[in-house]
Design a protein around this ligand. Structure first.
Ligand code: ADP
Length: 411
């Protein structure tokens, strides 16, 4: 301590030893002129061992090159500042190890000599803590990421579970609805059967009784007339039963279809033959031309049921001495069949309800019927990629058209 007198030196010593920061003072040549115990301990030197050493011994090699100039420039400026400026600073221990420091430089002048006092703090512990915090943060982020993934997985599983349950609930509701409808259907069937079957059955009974009375050979004509009535009424009842069976199958999801290749004329002949028994006086069915060559790949029973319903309706809702025209048009991969009648037609305001189950138009109520035929024809045809449409004018007649694919791929 050449630069301070004894008293001051002592005061400085007391002060400098009582603070935990290391103090190193260098002269213009950057030689250490004094250091406190904290600095010596920090840099691993013995008491006074640093005196006269170049400042460089406290600075790791890689930071040295630019340092002397910086110190010189700094000495000239003579205002205190913090070293590092955001960079990490390191100190070099006597044993060659380095440690992170924070250093503040304070230039001063005594008796015309310039000095710089460096206040050095060992920040190893803080740095370690910072590192630990960073590591902790990283592992925390990692954990959060993992948890988020787990959570997303759980949410996904939950969503799937919810969807499954919803589907199950929907299925249950659907089957409950079907069951309810089937029950309604059964009730309706019972009441319809009582109404709809009563008249034809009593007709059958009358005809049978009368036919039984004609015992003479020359009364064969009359007997045949009654037998025909019986036949037609049985057919009528049979058709109603078929319709009901269809509804039951459609409703319970048990409707199955069978595709077969068959000549179109086979079904058309059969339906017209049976319909002939229902014709009123003077009614005629005009057989379609050019159908002998047509074969189709379709459900034969459904085609028969559809045509029977349409032709029977045409007969039922047309007066005597009218013609029912059956027209077949072969399309590229579909067949179109039109049933054209000259009957009572369907009132415009009721046309939109005509395919609703049990719906019967106001002007048709005097004729017997259940209101289910068109509904099931539509359902079946749509299930088989077919279609039914109609045009009708009240008092003039109706045209019902069905169209169905001939090369069906369904099985
Ligand atoms: P149903 O004939 O047993 O009443 P459908 O379902 O076959 O039942 O027909 C429903 C209704 O559509 C009939 O009640 C009738 O009002 C009307 N309808 C169907 N076909 C014709 C037709 N060719 N001419 C006039 N009305 C018809």
């Amino acid at each position: 301590m050449k630069v301070f007198d004894q008293k001051k030196d002592n005061v400085f010593k007391i002060l400098s030893e009582s603070i935990s920061e290391g103090i190193v003072i260098v002269n213009e040549k950057q030689e250490v002129v004094t250091s406190n115990e904290a600095a010596e301990r920090m840099f691993g030197y013995g008491s006074h061992e640093l005196l006269g050493e170049k400042l460089d011994v406290l600075i790791p090699k890689e930071y040295r090159s630019s340092h002397p100039k910086q110190v010189e420039a700094f000495m000239d400026k003579s205002d205190p500042r913090q070293m590092g400026h955001g960079r990490d600073l390191y100190g070099l221990r006597k044993d060659g190890t380095t440690f992170p420091v924070e250093a503040g430089l304070n230039p001063f002048e005594v008796y015309g000599n310039k000095y710089v006092m460096a206040l050095v703090t060992d920040i190893s512990i803080r740095k370690n803590q910072e590192l630990e915090i960073i590591e902790l943060n990283v592992s925390l982020e990692h954990k959060i990421e993992e948890r988020t993934k787990e959570l997303q997985k759980t949410i996904k599983e939950l969503k799937e579970e919810v969807t499954k349950r919803k589907q199950a609930e929907h299925k249950m509701k659907e089957s409950l609805r079907k069951e309810r409808e089937l029950n309604e259907l059964k009730t309706k069937f019972l009441s319809l059967v009582s109404h709809e079957f009563k008249t034809p059955l009593s007709g059958i009974l009358t005809s049978a009784t009368l036919a039984g009375k004609y015992t003479e050979t020359d009364q064969q004509d009359k007997r045949e007339k009654h037998l025909k009535t019986i036949q037609s009424k049985v057919k009528y009842l049979n058709n109603i039963l078929n319709d009901f069976l269809s509804i039951e199958r459609l409703e319970s999801g048990k409707a199955t279809y069978k595709f077969e290749i068959f000549p179109l004329s086979k079904v058309v002949n059969e339906v017209i033959y049976n319909a002939n028994m229902l014709l009123k006086d003077g009614q005629k069915i005009k057989y379609p031309s050019n159908i002998d060559e047509i074969t189709v790949n379709f459900d034969e029973k459904i085609l028969e049921l559809s045509l029977t319903n349409l032709i029977n309706n045409a007969i039922k809702y047309s007066p005597e001495y009218t013609t029912i025209d059956v027209v077949v048009v072969q399309k590229q991969s579909a067949i179109e069949i039109k049933i054209i009648d000259e009957g009572m037609g369907i009132p415009k305001s009721e046309q939109k309800f005509i395919f609703n189950r049990y719906f019967r138009a106001e002007n048709a109520l005097l004729d017997q019927g259940t209101g289910i035929g068109l509904n099931i024809v539509k359902s079946h045809l749509e299930n088989l990629s077919g279609k039914i449409t109609f045009e009708s004018e009240e008092g003039k007649g109706s045209t019902f058209t069905i169209i169905f694919p001939t090369n069906n791929n369904l099985s």
